[in-house]
Write a protein that binds this ligand. Structure first.
Ligand code: FES
Ligand SMILES: [Fe+2]
Length: 348
């Protein structure tokens, strides 16, 4: 086992949006350094195999899908969803050892989730709660951001939204974010960082969403679930309408659902969606918000990829911590705990 892993293997990771996996073309993805091929069987369910042919190691994703099985481009070996070879050229008797690894895979909340670790531990109940993606009380859409960085740099970025003041000054940031301290708590394996900014001017993005003049109360409640999922509960309401006391019905409420899947040690796929509980049937607003949020995240991408270049240049460059980093420090500790547990179990 790789002792220097930065991610646990016994976890569900988002691998693709459901619409990206089809019945006709195989889809190649790298998840936690595992090369995996995905496709959809005739009954519509998703299959996931190691993306390497048993015969001569050609990626199976270069092949085709025939009768619900993946067929290698090179010599035509066919593999079913369990990874068992069902056809060999020029021979009727199949070598029973011709088998590639099959992965547990589940579709839920508009995403395809894969478990790269011990299949015996793959419990679908452990998939992070992204129910907002399916909930008729909420509307929204998302995208995937490909990033050349350690996935934890994005976790740091999301656990501390102070950077909005500086990185997103034209949209969701203003000085009130950086001026207001956060409160961080931990409950078993979840870390929550909260920031309430009361009686402030709204930043441009939220002023447009609220569409009313006057000072606002703004909240950012960040919840981390290891190894790589963060739900942001965000919004604003006019000051004096009771939001800090628990009544947010006079404001605009959003959730940003984020799950950042490590592909390799220093590349990742960041699946996000922005959902709202107002103007549910306004498709143009859905598109506008997706594009606006996508552009905001591109500002983050520039930062995290530049960090990664520095860290690659010199692996000994230290990361120092401020008060604002408490949430990300705790998040990283929970990830380290998961990895340590796997390492102990593997060696015992
Ligand atoms: S390499 Fe796949 S069939 Fe030969
Ligand atoms: Fe950001």
């Amino acid at each position: 086992m790789d002792q220097n892993r930065t991610f646990p293997l016994n976890a569900w990771y988002a691998a693709a949006w459901c619409h990206e996996v089809g019945k006709r073309e195989p889809l190649a993805r790298t998840i936690c350094n595992n090369k995996i091929v995905f496709w959809r069987k005739p009954d519509g369910s998703v299959a996931a195999l190691e993306d390497a042919c048993w015969h001569r190691q050609l990626p199976l994703s270069m092949g085709s899908i025939e009768d619900g099985e993946v067929v290698c481009l090179y010599h035509g070996l066919a593999f079913n969803c369990e990874g068992k070879c069902t056809r060999m050229p020029s021979q009727d008797k199949l070598n029973p050892k011709a088998q590639v690894r099959a992965y547990p895979v589940v579709e839920k909340y508009r995403l395809v989730w894969i478990w790269p670790g011990d299949p015996a531990l793959a419990d679908a109940n452990l998939i992070p709660d992204f129910h907002w993606n399916d909930d008729p009380e909420w509307a929204g859409d998302g995208e995937t951001l490909r990033a050349k960085c350690d996935y934890r740099l994005f976790l740091d970025n999301l656990m501390d939204l102070t950077h909005e003041t500086f990185v997103h000054a034209t949209s969701i940031g203003n000085t009130h974010v950086a001026d207001t301290p956060m409160t961080t708590t931990q409950n078993e394996n979840k870390v929550t960082s909260s920031r309430w900014m009361t009686d402030i001017d709204a930043p441009p993005f939220w002023r447009t969403q609220l569409d009313k003049p006057g000072n606002v109360d703004r909240w950012q409640i960040i919840e981390f679930e290891p190894p790589c999922t963060i739900i942001l509960d965000v919004g604003v309401a006019l000051t004096g309408t009771g939001a800090p006391e628990g009544d947010r019905s006079h404001g605009v409420n959003g959730r940003v659902l984020n799950t950042i899947t490590p592909e390799t040690d220093n590349t990742c796929m960041y699946f996000w969606s922005l959902v709202r509980n107002y103007k549910l049937r306004d498709q143009s607003l859905t598109t506008l918000l997706r594009e606006a949020n996508g552009n905001i995240f591109l500002e983050d991408l520039v930062v995290v990829e530049a960090q990664q270049i520095m860290l690659d240049e010199d692996k000994n460059r230290p990361l120092h911590n401020l008060n604002i980093d408490e949430g990300s420090m705790r998040a990283r500790r929970l990830i380290d705990d998961m990895i340590a547990k796997e390492t102990v179990n593997a060696s015992s």
